[in-house]
Design a protein around this ligand. Structure first.
Ligand code: AQP
Length: 344
């Protein structure tokens, strides 16, 4: 039977990249999977602290992240929704995996370099004792592997930026199984159609929660006014017309891709480029902003309801139930792992 696992960091309200690249897929899988498929979605707070966080802010972000999962339509009676730190088996398996994981492989991963704005050829030992690289940021992919493997996930829906980490998770399975026997399951990656949603201010950067310019991303709880203003100020080019040409017009093509993801008729960016060829950029942007707003408005409404109905109490109730189910799922794997390693 299939087990779907995925996670999101509580580092701010999810944006369209998170939504189109991952969250929307989580909901689709909930709607289309047979009842025998286990669905497990985590708010990965232990990952969030691999870069400095303000503790009070992190608490707020955790609650907001949980509310967004409910708002997009995840049903806590069908999908297991929980905070990663409520299930200690994730950290325990991480430790065990780290004893067979390769430092060399981790050194080649790009995320710790990009989070610290270091060049691609940086080695983890560069800078010696003055290095800004912390052990937790460097070993982040091992925790991510543990998140997946502890639930024996068969499929992991993520955005393209996570493909490298999924590859590493499979490597962790190979290393562990080689040492201790065939106990862990190698997960498959499910990439959504929106593999990589780009920033509204720079079509060469992915849309990201941590970018300093809030106009670079649309949050899934943004109001129609905020969406309008961010789309109107989105970077374009000096040609005041619409055409789909990712090579020469990356910014306008990025907007057409966004429109395509939200288009009720499911038209491709190429088709939409032809449909809107006669609009100037201002009118095209207005259409795009309205399309996004109308699709996000039910999510925004539900988000506000969940946040209002709650003094923390509803979310707390749901997360406790989710954590209990996730602990049960993880413990079944840990019993096998501890036995295999000789810790029992
Ligand atoms: N721009 C994107 N396009 C498509 N998918 C994306 N994802 C993130 N950005 C894009 C997918 O969203 C899921 C959750 O991501 P995450 O919160 O765990 O962390 P991230 O990938 O590091 O996302 P951010 O927004 O860029 O956060 P910061 O700035 O804090 O690092 C993942 O499945 C990811 O692929």
């Amino acid at each position: 039977d299939h087990v779907i696992f995925s996670g999101i960091q509580p580092t701010g309200i999810p944006h369209l990249g998170n939504y189109l690249g991952a969250l929307q897929q989580w909901v689709k899988l909930q709607e289309t999977s047979p009842a025998t498929t286990k669905l497990i979605y985590s708010i990965v707070d232990l990952h969030a602290i691999t870069v400095p966080q303000d503790p009070q802010q992190l608490k707020r972000w955790k609650r907001e992240a949980f509310a967004t999962l409910l708002a997009i339509g995840l049903n806590p009676d069908r999908s297991i929704l929980f905070f990663q730190s409520s299930v200690p088996a994730h950290s325990e398996l991480m430790w065990i995996l780290s004893t067979t994981a390769s430092m060399g492989y981790l050194s080649r991963m790009t995320q710790w370099k990009s989070k610290l704005s270091l060049p691609e050829d940086t080695s983890p030992l560069d800078g010696g004792s003055k290095s800004k690289l912390k052990l937790g940021l460097f070993s982040y992919p091992v925790l991510q592997a543990a998140d997946i493997l502890v639930h024996r996930a068969t499929h992991v829906p993520v955005g393209e930026d996570q493909s490298q980490h999924l590859e590493f998770s499979r490597e962790c399975v190979t290393n562990f199984n080689h040492a201790y026997g065939p106990h862990l399951v190698a997960p498959k990656t499910i990439l959504s159609p929106a593999k990589r949603v780009m920033s509204l201010q720079d079509p060469h950067l992915k849309m990201s929660k941590s970018h300093s310019d809030p106009r670079s991303r649309i949050l899934i709880t943004d109001s129609p006014e905020q969406i309008h203003s961010k789309i109107m100020s989105a970077l374009t080019d000096s040609t005041n017309s619409v055409s789909y040409d990712p090579e020469n017009r990356p910014a306008v093509s990025n907007l057409l891709q966004l429109l395509s993801h939200f288009d009720p008729q499911g038209r491709s960016p190429e088709e939409l480029g032809v449909v809107y060829a006669n609009l100037n950029l201002r009118n095209f942007k207005t259409t795009l902003a309205e399309t996004i707003s109308s699709q996000l408005s039910p999510i925004r409404k539900r988000y506000e309801e969940v946040m209002a109905e709650d003094d923390g109490a509803y979310i707390d109730h749901v997360q406790r139930k989710g954590a209990a189910k996730a602990r049960e799922s993880a413990e079944a794997t840990m019993a096998i792992v501890r036995e295999a390693v000789g810790l029992y």
